[in-house]
Design a protein around this ligand. Structure first.
Ligand SMILES: Nc1ncnc2c1ncn2[C@@H]1O[C@H](COP(=O)(O)OP(=O)(O)O)[C@@H](O)[C@H]1O
Ligand SMILES: [Mg+2]
Length: 260
């Protein structure tokens, strides 16, 4: 369970990116966060694993007060949280399987990691993860030979190899074409349903948020302006989140470039 209690985040330059955010996400939920560029979506998900420490309020993950974690405790805590980014972040000139196995490095001795001496169990886990996202046949292909959608699946498999309880995904399909975007969203849904992993996903495609998420959180200028089941998202809610009415094209397409 993830619990935000009156959380705020002010960056050192004075920008207040989160204002009094309170919300609870239970294990196994699939949540989409929507909002304009600059609304605070990335900040919100990055506070969960303390990539961006909060500056006010309280934040608990599975009962742990995350703002109190330091050093080894923080590293151990972070291992249960996977992250997926818009840009995949793969090592392009190496194989898919080596990319996926890199998620195990944190659990290995320095010596073993230095020489890439992965255990049989780790290799099996990596192959299983690739199978989960339907890309097992690419295990020994170089990462840069894959399409964008396939690379994002590899990034997702790398995340799974960490055995996470939570996956934070920051605009994971923003740079994919619509067909690939849907395939990757299908992977997220399958992982959520079969492995009971909590998924929190920032997404600027309104149609994808509505199609795939069970719960939608709308954020505007650092304030949660909507939090509810996807069935309750209507024109009025979108108006509140985006600050104006949206055209059909905007709902069906990308809102990345819509100015606040
Ligand atoms: N590292 C940072 N330092 C200072 N300001 C930041 C930083 N990251 C984000 N911001 C500011 O915080 C606000 C929210 O940004 P962000 O969380 O990235 O929004 P979103 O992901 O919805 O586009 C914006 O005004 C942005 O300029
Ligand atoms: Mg962002």
């Amino acid at each position: 369970m993830i619990e935000f209690i009156n959380v705020s985040k002010t960056y050192p330059n004075g920008v207040q990116a989160l204002k009094n955010v309170s919300l609870t996400i239970t294990q196994g939920e699939f949540v989409a966060i929507i909002g304009l560029s600059g609304a605070g979506k990335s900040t919100l998900i990055r506070t969960v694993n303390q990539m961006h420490p909060i500056t006010g309020g309280e934040l608990y993950v599975n009962g742990q007060d995350v703002s109190k974690l330091k050093g080894k405790e923080l590293r151990t805590f972070r291992r249960q949280i996977g992250m997926v980014f818009q840009s995949f972040n793969l090592v392009k000139r190496t194989t898919v399987i080596k990319n996926v196995l890199s998620a195990r490095v944190a659990e290995m001795s320095f010596f073993k990691s230095l020489f890439g001496l992965y255990s049989k169990e780790d290799t099996l886990l990596a192959l299983e993860s690739l199978d989960q996202v339907d890309i097992l046949e690419k295990a020994y292909t170089r990462a840069d030979q894959l399409s964008g959608g396939q690379q994002q699946r590899v990034a997702l498999a790398r995340c799974l190899t960490q055995n996470p309880q939570i996956i934070l995904a920051d605009e994971p399909v923003a740079s994919l074409d619509p067909v690939m975007a849907e395939q990757v969203m299908d992977d997220f849904v399958r992982i959520n349903e079969t492995m009971d992993i909590t998924i929190i996903i920032n997404i600027h495609h309104v149609d994808l948020a509505l199609k795939y998420a069970k719960r939608v959180i709308g954020i505007r200028d650092g304030i949660i302006v909507f939090d509810g089941p996807v069935e309750e998202v209507d024109e009025a809610v979108l108006h509140e989140v985006y600050g104006r009415s949206l055209s059909e094209d905007e709902v069906m397409g990308s809102l990345a470039d819509v100015a606040a």
